[in-house]
Design a protein around this ligand. Structure first.
Ligand SMILES: [Zn+2]
Length: 211
């Protein structure tokens, strides 16, 4: 079972990915991790990727997908995998499909963890940080005095409502065409509401993919 996982910023993808993987008995594969692994191991594709990075260029999809493909050939992924961060554009979806054909496999489902924008704005709005000692807080409103050092407690710029709304809008603009591409190619796309208890969301996800 090969699942491509999408998570809206604030949807808890980092929390859910290992729980879903555990329930399905398959590993997760984060593109960033395998790329770093190939760089460390100095594989031919790893060295090619390093060349691009050393020149300050983006590593092309062909190289990234090659590295992901080499990893997927190993026995650890025989039962399946949850791909995290492998597909951000339609070109990458096409490249992944072509690479998997070479392995005699295909994407079984695309899973998108969804959250309501205003819910994320609400969640982020309770996060504050001490300007001076950088201690994060969730229940201390901006404008408070840091109990640890007496510094000013502020909201991170990234967590300001407009910044959060903008981040989510950019994510939607990027992923909508990718999800449409999968639907048009007959792949099951499940958009799962990721608001609520961690375990409830995991159950919802597993139900959506028929487990
Ligand atoms: Zn402080």
């Amino acid at each position: 079972m090969i699942i491509v996982l999408f998570g809206k910023p604030g949807a808890g993808k980092g929390t859910q990915a290992p729980l879903i993987a555990q329930a399905l008995g398959v590993p997760t594969l984060a593109t960033g991790d395998v790329l770093r692994g190939a760089l460390r191991a100095g594989t031919p594709l790893g060295l090619e990727a390093k060349g691009y990075m050393d020149r300050g260029e983006l590593v092309p999809d062909r190289v990234i997908l090659g590295i992901v493909g080499e990893e997927l050939r190993t026995p650890a992924y025989a039962k399946g995998v949850i791909l995290d961060g492998a597909v951000r554009t339609v070109a990458q979806a096409e490249g992944l499909a072509a690479m998997l054909v070479g392995l005699g496999r295909s994407v079984d489902a695309v899973l998108a963890l969804d959250v309501d924008t205003e819910e994320v704005v609400r969640r982020m709005s309770t996060r504050t940080v001490c300007e001076k000692c950088q201690t994060p807080y969730t229940a201390l409103p901006a404008g408070s005095v840091c109990p640890k050092c007496g510094g000013a407690v502020v909201r991170r710029k990234d967590d300001e409502p407009d910044a959060v709304r903008n981040r989510l809008r950019v994510f939607d603009e990027q992923t909508t065409p990718v999800l449409a591409w999968y639907r048009n190619h007959g792949t099951k796309v499940e958009v799962v509401d990721a608001v609520g208890d961690v375990s409830d969301v995991t159950k919802r996800v597993l139900r959506a993919i028929g487990h």
